[in-house]
Unconditional design. Sequence first.
Length: 245
Amino acid sequence: MAIVSAAGAGELTVRRDRLPRAAVRQGELERGMMGTTNIADTAADLETYATPRQQIRFVRAMSQLANQRVAGEPVSVYISVPPEISQTPRWQQWRARIEAALPDGVRTSTFEETFRDGRQYIWDTFAESLDGLIIVGKQKRPGSRVFLVGPVARLELRAMVAHRPVLLYAHDLGLVPVVDCKPEPLPHPHKGTRLKLTVPRRWKRASETQSSALAALQPRTEAVTRPADHLLHPFDTTSHQRSRA
C-alpha cells in the first residue's frame, strides 16, 4: 500500500468539503455512549454498545461520506499503532490483515512513515487530510475483547470519531467500529489518560455499522465507456459508415 502523506508538513492537502453531521459527538465516547442504559450488566446480550439512535446516526453519516466520494479520489487511512507493537516482528503480519480487511485501493500510513525527516506531528492539521482511522490497541490477553489505547491514540480517536470512520483492530474479530465498543477512560497522574475499549461479546462481522464504515472508505471508480462514432458525430456520414462496417 502507498503512503498517504507528503514529506513536509506544509505540503498537506487539507480537505474543505462539508462534513456530515456528527456520527458520535466529540466526548460522547467517554461520557458513555449508552446514555442511561446500564451496559455493565448486559454485556453478554449485546451486539453493540451503541444505542439504536447512535447506530442510525452513524450509518447515515457513513452513507453520506460514501455518497460524497468523488470518482478517482484517493482514500487515505492512518493506522495508529504504538511503538511497542510496530517495532515487533508480528506487526507486519497484523498490518497485512488490516489492509486485507479494507476495501481495495485504500492507502494506509503509520507514524514512522508519515512523520519522518523532521516533519512535525500536528494531528489536527493532518487529520483533515484523512478519510479514516484505525486504532491498534494492546490486547488485555490473548482472546480477550478488551483493548487498551494509549493517550496519544485516544486523542487521535477523539478528534476523528465525530465525522470519519474510526475502527479498532481486534485481531481475530477484524475491524470493529469504535461506536460499537464500550469506552472507559483510565486516568493516570503522570502518563496521561488511556482508554479501554471493550468489544461486545455478540458483535459480528458484516454488522450494519461495520459495513457502512467500510463502504465510506470504498474508493469510487468511474468506468469510461466510449460512445459509438455515429453518436459522437451524428452529422458525419463517414462515421455512420464506419459504425456499420
